[in-house]
Design a protein around this ligand. Sequence first.
Ligand code: BEZ
Length: 257
Amino acid sequence: MSEIARNHWDAAGYDERHSYVSRHGTGLIELLAARPAERILDLGCGTGHLAAQIAATGAEVVGVDSAPSMIQQARRNYPHLRFEVADGTDFSFAEPFDAVFSNAAIHWMRPPERVVECVSRALAPGGRFVAEFGGKGNVQMILNSIHTVLRRAGDCVPEERNPWYFPSIAEYTSLLEGNGLSVRLAVLFERRTLLDGGEEGMRNWLDMFAGSFLSSVPLSARTDVIAAVEDGLRSKLFRDDAWYADYMRLRVVAIKE
Ligand code: BEZ
């Protein structure tokens, strides 16, 4: 399951080779508009960079992530802030939050119903949920190329190996409203995202994020399989010596009734 896949991430590599993840979170922080002394939960905080930006507004931030390696790195990066290991599908806090914030993490958390239940329970009445993550159609070109290459090798890639949840606006807003969260904004938009690392960008992305799809591939064949996935994508996602990911973002703001 996705949370388990995330639990084993190489947090230092994540910081070194995937820094665009938190760079793209800056606009979402503006939408959050945290005020001094507000209590904010950063759900899926990774190595803590966005939690630190939120804390700089004077808000009291708690960052949670299911991956102990991420939390260790977040504590090293920002020793003055509070970070805890917690599962996005099963968390609770004694004190309610004024806002739950989440960037590029919710698509890893399944089942989504449990995540939204936990978010709703964690918010004070009138509190806001401000989130952005992969929505319907996210990384579809990358997925197609992985499927084509693995199918050629006789692997039909069972759905259980898909760690991601990329909902449509209709699906996700229904889920929010069914859990007492009144939707104020929901938008699905394309964001081709430049990957760090030049020629190695797609390889690094596949290594870091798509490991569960490649779990059937023996280590000795992995380099060739990744090269074949790259070949299938080169004409679409490689430009001027750089790789892009075909991200579709779902951005939502909802208020606890
Ligand atoms: C994303 O941010 O959309 C994403 C990142 C890694 C894997 C899948 C999706």
